[in-house]
Design a protein around this ligand. Structure first.
Ligand code: GDP
Ligand code: IMO
Ligand code: MG
Length: 427
């Protein structure tokens, strides 16, 4: 019963979509377990480029069943536009399964996300504005709307009414906005019910039976370890658990079933939105990483903040996720630098610190301590095996592996499916 978790080891956008798609051809199920359409996962197949937000990247592999687990928040309008976009390009999406327990991102959740960010002003999180935080807040407050609620009009009406009760007070009295009418929301949501019905399933049962039958299940994380609501740089985080434990709660699979946890790790670091980022660069190196790496958000189109590789973060990701492997991505982007600095520790209040400080104030003050590794100038995008890499690129990978605490089992040398060096097989 091989069950693999594939997740972001940094602040998201590590290349999870590419890695998932690569494995998609050899697995039976690909499951999103948290987050929603705040994610932007790019998959390049031949000359075709796909940007997936809500759908699991396995949807592009014909033999694979894509699953949206109970831990995901679903915006039905985004779901259907993503599905029809893929159908128009000839992708069969009929196998998709959606948990009846997944929560729905309602139009008022999107409104609340936007108005609260505006209200926060300089203190804003820089969310994607997709209603993610308010939908998870409703879930925890027990006023959320679940997929299964679309099939009982009277229950749905009561729940929307309850959710809007306080929100309308807040929208009208605090934010100076118009109240949202229950009837309008209910009508919109009911409009999705019939279209959604063929996909709705007891995904917990399906996945556990699949594992009992020795099928291969891959859990695809959205966002990344440092954006985790519990283990990330709170409050500059998303509102779910991208870390490995999230796969268990977000899909209804016990931890004893998970056989491997793969951390997707960029050969440098990026972040979108606000929050601390010790190795962030504000000079031409940062600009060059952004330009060469194409570091622009897939969901919001914002420029990503760029910096050197941070081994303290990678070690932390190994620990909180119990990583068994790393998939190192975008090594090709570093080609051409004579010297490549790597952050090996932080200096906080004059002291050297080897591990991520648990205090956010300390983390905000952390200054990177760099070691500089020699770079390479040869094109590596055609490399098929580790030995094809220039000696300095090999040494860079080995140094990162040593510092990060788990074996690097694959290396990305370009965005395409085949631009990957496999070192140890994942299956
Ligand atoms: P995700 O959110 O983790 O799936 O990552 P994104 O898709 O947001 O961002 C990763 C970007 O890097 C995408 O444009 C990918 O096509 C691209 N990419 C992934 N792996 C590699 C790689 O090894 N080299 C290069 N040059 N690009 C890559
Ligand atoms: P993928 O899956 C990078 C960031 C936002 C913001 C914070 C909270 O493509 O790696 P939210 O809308 O989730 O409430 O925003 O989290 N964020 C991401 N950053 N990649 C993502 O997804 C992200 N999803 C959310 O920029 O800082
Ligand atoms: Mg992304």
């Amino acid at each position: 019963m091989p069950a693999l978790v594939l997740l972001g080891a940094q602040w998201g956008d590590e290349g999870k979509g590419k890695a998932t798609d690569l494995l998609g051809g050899s697995v039976d199920y690909v499951v999103r377990y948290q987050g929603g359409n705040n994610a932007g996962h790019t998959v390049v197949v031949g000359d075709q480029k796909y940007a997936l937000h809500l759908l699991p990247s396995g949807i592009l592999s014909p033999g694979c069943t894509p699953v949206i687990g109970n831990g995901v928040v679903v915006d039905p309008s985004v779901l259907f536009s993503e599905l029809s976009g893929l159908n128009e390009r000839g992708v069969d999406t009929s196998k998709l399964l959606i948990s009846g327990n997944a929560h729905i991102i309602t139009p008022y959740n999107v409104t609340v996300d936007k108005v609260t960010e505006r209200f926060l002003g300089k203190r804003k999180i820089g969310t994607t504005g997709r209603g993610i935080g308010p939908t998870y807040a409703d879930k925890i407050n027990r006023v959320g709307i679940r997929v299964q609620d679309l099939y009982d009009e009277s229950i749905l009406t009561q729940k929307v009414e309850a959710a809007l009760d306080v929100k309308n007070q807040m929208l009208t009295k605090l934010y100076n906005r118009r109240a949202i009418a229950t009837g309008q929301v209910v009508e919109e949501l009911l409009g999705y019910a019939d279209k959604l019905a063929p996909y709705v399933a007891d995904t917990v049962l399906v996945l556990n039976q699949a594992l009992d039958d020795d099928k291969v299940v891959l859990f695809e994380g959205g966002q990344g370890t440092l954006l985790d609501i519990d283990h990330g740089t709170y409050p500059f985080v998303t509102s779910s658990n991208p870390t490995a434990g999230g796969a268990c709660t977000g899909a209804g699979v016990g931890p004893t079933k998970i056989s491997r946890v793969i951390g997707i790790l960029k050969a440098y670091t990026t972040r979108v939105g606000a929050g601390p980022f010790p190795t962030e660069l504000f000079d031409e190196d940062g600009e060059a990483l952004r330009r060469i790496g194409g570091e622009r958000g897939v969901t919001t189109g914002r420029d990503r903040r760029c910096g050197w590789f941070d081994a303290v973060i990678a070690r932390y990701a190994t620990r909180v996720n119990g990583l068994t492997d790393f998939f190192l991505t975008k090594l090709d982007v570093l080609t051409g630098w004579e010297q490549i600095p790597v952050c090996v520790a932080y200096e906080i209040d004059g002291k050297r610190v080897e591990e991520l400080p648990y205090s956010q104030s300390d983390f905000h003050h952390a200054k990177p301590v760099y070691e500089t590794l020699p770079g390479w100038s040869e094109d590596i995008t055609k490399a098929k095996s580790f030995s094809d890499l220039p000696k300095n690129a090999q040494a860079y990978v080995r140094a990162l592996e040593e510092m990060s605490g788990a074996p690097i089992s694959a290396i990305g040398v370009g965005p395409g499916r085949d631009e990957t060096i496999e070192i140890n097989s994942f299956l």
